[in-house]
Design a protein around this ligand. Structure first.
Ligand code: UDP
Length: 478
């Protein structure tokens, strides 16, 4: 529990995407359970989307943290506009969105924090926790004299690559030549990584894109943070973390989504309405179902979606496939004519589901994933091996961790394009109890234990979390 005379009050601002919102909410709950007051900020768009997705369950809910307060946690909730009308398609206009979001949002946050400071209770000591991708955090924290905590929701590997962009640049690997395949062996804590496994936004052809511009600035500004929290697990990324720790203390607190010691209240965080899969799974044999999801952001070509669809069918394996309404890069998309009729009871196609609930069902034996970091943690947590098909952002380096370092998954394709026969073959092989499949299951069980142990009392992440609070208090009191 927090010991200082003044009361700590964290202002938490997550990136407005599902994969960042989930860990930020979990982190906020954990901090609140330690006696810290939280003001949690969503964009108005996220608030609207959550309201739409959960209207059926909760009516016109306006404060998604009211349940948390009822259970004794001091979490307040506010929203700030991201500057765009609600109906603006943020996913398909990623670059246009980010140009304005990065330019205008910091001013709004500044104004919001400024008015909080005017009305501040003198007993409170505020500090700021923002997603590492918000490069404006040090400026605002400085202006109001707030301790600045940067929350990195991805792996230490990716953080480490970003932390050492100067080295990559000196060696001609940042930007990375588009089709080059070179081995990098000079990054501290990373034995070897191929240029093809770096984040695609570091490529030469991406330098004018927002993903590149935003990330480069974010990694630079993260170095100014007073504290860096990472949602990974020490034992899984020991070398990368030891090297980073020599530069700056890193607090490894993952997997935050599974921290249970604070009896978390049910907090609305899913941006889409979750379809129930339990009933369908009830009749399936243990380990017989493949779960397929490409996360909340990936946009896939119509042609590739068709190959995946027919690959699933050809595999003759039972599957649940999350097909988001905006999954296709083309605006007009539907699954191939007659596909759902052909699937019959072999598959369940849903627009969104409670992923952890599905992965933890004994019927699910394999996860075809885009390698989003939350999905990976969830899969390992549930002991489910993976077939990997990464697209953008941190997904390619995450694939390397899964397939090459931890050996808890395999690649979906060996070449560059997706063909239904290869998809079917890979799935069939792993689901039919082959040696490869058994090997993956053994390794994933080991990784699962590492994750579970990390957040147990006195586990590595549990200890690091307490250490963070102690160091935070010391810094604030100094
Ligand atoms: N998710 C979910 N239901 C779905 C698909 C995904 O609840 O049908 C959740 C998943 O559990 C994870 C998040 O959405 O927590 C996606 O985050 P991730 O980092 O895996 O990928 P991203 O969406 O950021 O690419």
């Amino acid at each position: 529990m927090v010991k200082s005379a003044s009361k700590l009050h964290a202002i938490v601002v997550p990136l407005p995407y599902q994969g960042h919102i989930n860990p930020a909410i979990s982190l906020a709950i954990k901090l609140a359970s330690k006696g810290i007051t939280i003001t949690f900020i969503h964009t108005q768009y996220v608030h609207h989307t959550l309201t739409q997705a959960h209207r059926s369950k909760t009516g016109d809910e306006v404060d998604f943290f009211s349940g948390a307060r009822k259970s004794g946690l001091d979490i307040r909730y506010s929203t700030i506009s991201d500057g765009f009308p609600i109906d603006f398609d943020r996913g398909r206009n990623f670059d246009a969105f980010w140009v304005s979001f990065l330019r205008d949002f910091p001013g709004r946050v500044d104004e919001f924090i400024g008015s909080m400071m005017i009305q501040r209770d003198p007993c409170w000591t505020f500090f700021l926790i923002t997603d590492t991708f918000f490069s404006w955090a040090p400026t605002i924290a400085n202006k109001y004299g707030l301790v600045n905590v940067s929350f990195w929701t991805q792996t230490a590997l990716v953080f480490s690559i970003g932390y050492h962009l100067d080295l990559l640049s000196e060696n001609g690997h940042c930007p990375t030549k588009d089709n080059a395949e070179e081995e990098i062996t000079y990054l501290p804590g990373i034995e070897a990584i191929s240029t093809k496994d770096l984040m695609p936004y570091l490529k030469e052809s991406e330098t004018t894109k927002q993903a590149h511009i935003v990330s480069i600035k974010a990694f630079e500004e993260a170095k100014k943070a007073d504290f860096i929290l990472i949602n990974t697990v020490e034992e899984l990324e020991l070398k990368a973390l030891s090297a980073l720790n020599q530069k700056k203390p890193i607090y490894v607190v993952g997997p935050v989504n599974f921290i249970r010691d604070c009896a978390p209240p049910a907090i609305t965080k899913s941006l889409w309405t979750e379809m129930d899969c339990e009933k369908w799974l009830e009749s399936k044999h243990p380990g017989s179902v493949l779960y397929v999801s490409f996360g909340s952001l990936a946009q896939i070509s119509k042609q590739e979606l068709e190959e995946i669809a027919y690959g699933l069918l050809l595999s003759e394996v039972h599957f649940i496939w999350v097909v988001r309404a905006d999954i296709a890069s083309e605006k007009e998309f539907s699954l191939p004519d007659g596909f759902e009729n052909q699937v019959k009871d072999k598959g369940l196609i849903v627009p969104w589901c409670d992923q952890v609930n599905v992965l933890s069902n004994p019927a699910v034996g394999l996860f075809l994933t885009h390698c989003g970091w939350n999905s990976i943690l969830e899969s390992i947590w549930c002991g489910v091996p993976m077939i990997c098909h990464p697209y953008v952002f941190d997904q390619p380096p995450n694939r390397k961790l899964i397939v090459e370092d931890w050996k808890v998954g395999v690649n979906l394709i060996d070449g560059v394009s997706v063909h239904r026969e290869e998809v079917a073959e890979k799935i069939k092989n792993l689901m039919s109890g082959t040696v490869v499949g058994q090997g993956l299951r053994q390794e994933v069980e080991k990784a699962k234990m590492i994750l579970h142990n990390a957040i147990e009392t006195n586990g590595s992440s549990d200890r690091k979390f307490d250490q963070f609070i102690q160091d935070l208090e010391n810094k604030i009191c100094s």
